[in-house]
Design a binder for this molecule. Structure first.
Ligand code: DMJ
Length: 653
């Protein structure tokens, strides 16, 4: 009997040897005595696995063995779990202690080589723990119950898969609505025109080098002049191409857009047998393809976006419907990050699917995508929130919160962003999203936002009621978010939220200004006598992240205060002086050092986000007007779904 056959249906593959849980009902077919023999086998497996796991623990993880045992032998409750020292993360905005090193390495941040070995061993250990836990749970059930569960689940999975595939087979024709404001006027002011042209030149430098040294691969290593691949995308290729499509379009780089489109037509392939991050693939690939479709009307982008959306649907096959973080695109088997609180899904990951999935339903004519994300909302609304706050971890099996950690940076951030943008993208009809957003922001203000002794407003992190006075680079997006939501704030609070946005922008600008290179660190602190400065070596890096410039863009559009253009230009100069190299743009390992400390990765979001936001800051407001366009969290463009159009559609029916 394959070990995979022992796993409950909702379980994930625990590495190669434990895979195949979904199909593994064979061993449970018998009942009565045969099933008791099965139970004996379970016990043997339990003892054997415990032995192997403890050997690993003894050899490699002695200091951690208590954690290991507690995971195996006791049911953990959030209150009993030791606090994970989580760090604000890369791409996914979702990262925690055990996995942090691995993911920073993927995005090009410094990491020590021993970490690779440690990480893979941690993964093995986690797999053992999970298998043991699941085997133990299964043993507690009667054999008939197990058999019935398996059959029911098999049926449900088969039905779901059939339904998912049908979506793609029946892609209906849609009328392409010509987009609004995709070509703006040339700015009247010559110096602004010049700055805008400079940013376009930066895009050419980044793109041409990617094309020359890493074409078709995910990202570029600008110093090594070769491709860079991140496991976040499994075997899917071309992240930079898909991420850059809409920036190329908006900057009117027509030849480049056409070559990117041809690559998508001929090479973009989602039929890969590999595990991907559902969040990353959604925001970069689904978002990038949707955006390219809405700008250009080219069918290939709609087709590819829906095809990929269908591939992601099995991630939602969990008891609660809260999706897994990781999904094997071929087998449809999902699991969560091994480090995430007791097998939890991450708020910023499952909470950052809404905009794209609503558009997938819109463009495919099939409600399945919207249903999935609306169910996430239902689950969230049915849960008690500690002090009105949303913890970063939610267990997809139990549907309950994991550890009580709250963050507007890594692990939490874009969940809040998507609540606001769901409201705006619905043409202000999604009142539930609006309420959830403003309720959440109120709780964040009460419990997380603080002022330093020298007057800098910052957003701290909340761990079970205690504040960590640290703000991540990722958190800096929130300035723009507060300002963007200000117009619809509860009575009398519009000015307040604009002001809050301005204060966060100021603090984040300070975090840049207090470094040598004038680009900010991954995280900065407000304790131990410092303000807006990174004090830990592993928080001093900068990986071409866009959040600070993103906030400048919203603040510029919403206030036209010239300081935002000034600050944006400072960022351009810093990028040119410290990140530009012959082969493209590189992140830095330490922003406080006087000498170069390149990390040798040109992140795809540098082209998708950073250069697009900069270009918009030095364009007139008629280019991509905010009342018509919503930027997903990777700065991909999604049109507001006009309420008049919906009314017209209803009338037609
Ligand atoms: C991008 O992929 C997105 O902005 C995401 O929301 C967070 N991480 C990176 C940029 O820092």
């Amino acid at each position: 009997m394959p070990v995979g056959g022992l796993l409950p249906l909702f379980s994930s593959p625990a590495g190669g040897g434990l895979g195949g849980g979904l199909g593994g009902g064979g061993g449970r077919k018998g009942s009565g005595p045969a099933a008791f023999r099965l139970a004996e086998k379970f016990v043997l497996l339990l003892v054997f696995s415990a032995f192997v796991t403890l050997c690993f623990g003894a050899i490699f993880f002695l200091p951690d063995s208590s954690k290991l045992l507690s995971g195996v032998l006791f049911h953990s409750s959030p209150d009993l779990q030791p606090p994970a020292d989580h760090k604000s993360g890369p791409g996914a905005r979702a990262e925690d202690a055990a996995d942090g090193r691995a993911r920073r390495r993927e995005e090009g941040a410094p990491g020590d080589p021993a970490a690779a070995v440690e990480d893979s061993l941690a993964r093995i250990r986690e797999n053992h723990e999970r298998a043991l836990r699941e085997a133990k749970e299964t043993l507690q059930k009667l054999p008939e119950e197990i058999q019935r569960d398996i059959l029911l689940e098999k049926e449900k999975v088969a039905q779901d898969q059939q339904r998912d595939k049908a979506v793609f087979r029946r892609l209906p024709p849609v009328d392409f609505v010509p987009p609004i404001g995709t070509v703006g006027r040339e700015p009247a002011d010559a110096s602004i025109r010049e700055k805008r042209a400079k940013i376009k030149e930066m895009m050419k430098h980044a793109w041409n080098n990617y094309k020359r040294y890493a074409w078709g691969l995910n990202e570029l290593k600008p110093l090594s002049k070769e491709g860079h691949s991140s496991s976040l995308f499994g075997n899917i290729k071309g992240a930079t191409i898909v991420d850059a499509l809409d920036t190329l379009f908006v900057m009117e780089m027509k030849d480049e857009f056409e070559e990117a489109k041809s690559w998508v037509e001929e090479n973009l392939d989602f039929n890969v047998n590999a595990e991907v991050s559902v969040f990353e693939v959604n925001i970069r690939f689904v978002g990038g393809l949707l955006s390219a479709y809405y700008l250009s009307g080219e069918e290939i982008f709609r087709k590819k976006a829906v095809e990929l959306g269908v591939k992601l649907l099995p991630a939602f096959h969990t008891p609660s419907g809260i999706p897994w973080a990781l999904l094997n695109l071929k087998s449809g088997i999902g699991r969560n990050w091994p480090w995430a609180s007791g097998g939890s899904s991450i708020l910023a990951e499952f909470g950052t699917l809404h905009l794209e999935f609503i558009h997938l339903s819109h463009l495919s004519g099939n409600p399945v995508f919207a249903e999935k994300v609306m169910n996430i909302r239902t689950v969230l609304n049915n849960l008690e929130k500690p002090q009105g706050l949303y913890p970063n971890y939610l267990n997809p099996s139990s549907g309950q919160w994991g550890q009580y950690h709250v963050s507007v940076g890594g692990l939490g951030d874009s969940f809040y962003e998507y609540l606001l943008k769901a409201w705006l993208m619905s043409d202000r009809t999604d009142l539930e999203a609006k309420k959830m957003y403003f309720d959440a922001v109120k709780a964040i203000e009460t419990h997380l936002i603080r002022k330093s002794s020298r007057g800098l407003t910052y957003i701290a992190e909340w761990k079970g009621g205690l504040l960590e006075h640290k703000m991540g680079h990722l958190t800096c997006f929130a300035g723009g978010m507060f300002a963007l939501g200000a117009d619809d704030a509860p009575t009398g609070l519009t000015q307040h939220y604009l002001q809050l946005g301005a204060e966060i922008a100021h603090t984040c600008h300070e975090s840049y200004n207090r470094t040598f290179v004038k680009l900010g660190p991954e995280a900065f602190r407000f304790d131990g006598g410092v303000e807006a400065i990174a004090t830990r070596q592993n928080e001093k890096y900068y990986i071409l992240r866009p959040e600070v410039v993103e906030t400048y863009m919203y603040m510029w559009r919403l206030t036209h205060d010239p300081k935002y253009r000034k600050w944006a230009w400072e960022a351009v100069e810093a990028l040119e002086n410290h990140c530009r190299v012959n082969g493209g743009y590189s992140g830095l390992r330490d922003v406080y050092l006087r000498h170069d400390s390149y990390d040798d990765v040109q992140q795809s979001f540098f082209l998708a986000e950073m250069l697009k936001y900069l270009y918009l800051i030095f364009s007139d407001d008629d280019l991509l007007p905010l009342e018509h366009w919503i930027f997903n969290t990777e700065a991909h463009l999604l049109p507001v779904l006009s309420k008049n159009k919906k009314e017209d559609e209803v009338k037609e029916k």
